[in-house]
Ligand binder design. Sequence first.
Ligand code: ADP
Ligand code: MG
Length: 250
Amino acid sequence: MSSLEQEKSKLIALEEPNSIHVEMYRSIRINIEYSAIDKAVKTINITSTLANEAKTTTACNLAVMSANRNKKVLLIDLDLRSPSVHKAFNFKNHIGVTDLLIDFIKNGEKINLYKYLQQFIHPNITNELYILPVGTEVVNPTEILSSKRIVELLNFLKDQFDEIIIDSSPSGIVSDGIITSAFSDGTIYIVESGRTRVEDAQKVISQLKNLNVNILGVILTKVPKKIKDYGYYGYGNNDHSNNRVKIDVE
Ligand SMILES: Nc1ncnc2c1ncn2[C@@H]1O[C@H](COP(=O)(O)OP(=O)(O)O)[C@@H](O)[C@H]1O
Ligand SMILES: [Mg+2]
């Protein structure tokens, strides 16, 4: 399989909209909606402890699902150190959130926002899905994400979209994912089965809780087939067949 095909296969929500795995993403969405009954959850951040735990895969599929429930959805790549959302949608990363931020700092709400967004159009997407890749590489990602400017930009974007999904960095390695969690309305925490150490994940989750982050749920990814519950997740033979979801809504 070429790397492009591999990247394309991240979008299972598009390719196999009726598969059982897409049911999992659907159940996550429903849980988000239930957990958001009391407060408005408009920006959802996806983070995890380590790299390669399927954050981007989850963020992209949730965004696709969301664009079938909400009218206008934005998926932002805020993994400034390892941009990859654009690859899943086969887009270029020549211009993106870092460029938008520079323009926003200079010109405020007068900016031409759509210059930075790439709309993803597909017959299985009913509504509007926009992608905001990272764009120009930066040398100070943590400083940018900690700035009040990015929060102002997010607030501006929140007025233009029904839902914003943020793909972020691994929070057990750098603080970037913790910072993006802190300024989002809710966070989904990804744990890779058999790889992430429970105590490492717990350490980050307690850091998030100390910052009053609204943790919408934890998703366990890459569960080996042999320990799957065959009664429910018992078929499918693609890469994503072994994602298993556990959502705890407090
Ligand atoms: N359920 C799965 N089973 C096997 N591989 C997976 C699964 N979900 C994602 N992957 C693969 O894991 C790798 C990392 O996924 P990615 O979403 O980019 O992780 P992250 O954003 O956390 O770094 C990719 O090669 C992706 O195709
Ligand atoms: Mg990623």
